[in-house]
Design a protein around this ligand. Structure first.
Ligand code: DAH
Length: 336
């Protein structure tokens, strides 16, 4: 028995295992209930009494050494495993899918950029407005059809409060607050009570421009609009101003650009005319200057308003206006 224990001692302290499975196999072979060491404990019963003390000690020692060696191996296997599972910091990163700008934001930012290069700064106003800033100060007569329930979303309990139908309200707000010279661009959302279809929406976007100073003329307006059209649609673009009517400008004009889809030859988009309308413009009506506390004898100015969806459609040919608000990622991903 003694020899057995002696010879096992060197075996036990030389245990080797590379994996958890190998380690478990060793544990079962030596230390499980039927294992070699446990069997020795069974045999121990037959040891004569006078030897029990010595052999008992040897056996306990053998078992302790075996257990200690197994614990040692277990620790080293676990350490190795942890090492191999460490993230590889030299691996290249997973590509992160970046979002894209909304086409309307791309175009709005481009318009802002173009006008900021000729000295316009951004102005803002509330989307929930009052009658005065949207209509009254802009020289709309009380019976003007634009105030009609057909076009304007009114707050039911107070018809003086409404959703602005155009960004021209920011003209009013700015002129009331700021002394000329004024040179502002006001991009923003507007609302009209329209049935939603592929070509109309109850919420859309405009960019309003306003320039007020001494001696501002219609020629200044025309030049600014031509510069703008060429910057957005390319150097060959032409503009055309058609006489029109807006309560807040006199004279007023509708602004067309040569159709950039067919280059002016005529196509379905421009209804074969070669021209497409992108907004309205004109010289600020003296009544509007008066209403906002600006001396119309001393100052004059021009104003314009473009539809952002309209310009975006000319650039990207989006066939259905509803796509701008549906947030379909397949649509939005196409714009960078
Ligand atoms: N506010 C007009 C609209 O929504 C557009 C417009 C026309 C704006 C002429 C202007 C302007 O500043 O001078 O239809």
């Amino acid at each position: 028995m003694k020899e057995k224990i002696e010879s096992l001692k060197s075996v036990v302290s030389a245990f080797e295992a590379k994996t958890a499975d190998e380690l478990e196999a060793i544990r079962i072979k030596y230390l499980s209930k039927k294992g070699i060491i446990s069997e020795l404990f069974n045999e121990f019963r037959t040891v004569p009494n006078e030897q029990k003390r010595e052999i008992g000690q040897m056996l306990n020692q053998l078992r302790d050494t075996a257990q200690a060696r197994l614990a040692e191996l277990k620790a080293s296997i676990e350490a190795q495993k942890a090492e191999s599972e460490k993230p590889d910091l030299t691996r290249s990163a997973e590509p992160v899918a970046l979002g894209a700008r909304h086409p309307l934001s791309i175009v709005r930012n481009e318009i802002i950029d173009i006008f900021s290069r000729i000295g316009f700064s951004i102005a803002e106003g509330p989307e929930i407005e009052d009658d005065w800033h949207v209509f009254g100060a802009l020289n709309f007569p009380p019976e003007h059809p634009a105030r009609d329930m057909q076009d304007t979303f009114f707050i039911e309990k107070n018809p003086d409060i409404l959703l602005r139908t155009h960004t021209s309200s920011v003209q009013t707000r700015t002129m009331e607050r700021v002394k000329p010279p004024i040179r502002i661009l006001a991009p923003g959302r507007v609302y009209r009570n329209e049935a939603i279809s592929y070509r109309a929406h109850c919420m859309f976007h405009q960019v309003e421009g306003l320039y007020i100073d001494e001696n501002v003329s219609f020629a200044d307006l025309k030049q600014a609009l031509l510069y703008f059209a060429k910057e957005v649609f390319g150097g060959d673009t032409k503009i055309r101003l058609r006489p029109s009517y807006f309560p807040f400008t006199e004279p007023s004009a509708e602004m067309d650009i040569s159709c950039n889809i067919c280059g002016g030859k005529g196509c379905p988009f421009c209804k074969q005319t070669g021209w497409v309308e992108i907004g309205g413009c004109g010289m600020v009506d003296p009544n509007v200057l008066d209403a906002c506390g600006i001396d119309h004898e001393r100052y004059s100015g021009y104003a314009f308003g473009f539809g952002v969806e309209r310009i975006t459609n000319l650039k990207y040919q989006v066939k259905d206006l509803r796509m701008f608000t549906e947030n379909d990622i397949r649509f939005l991903q196409q714009f960078q």
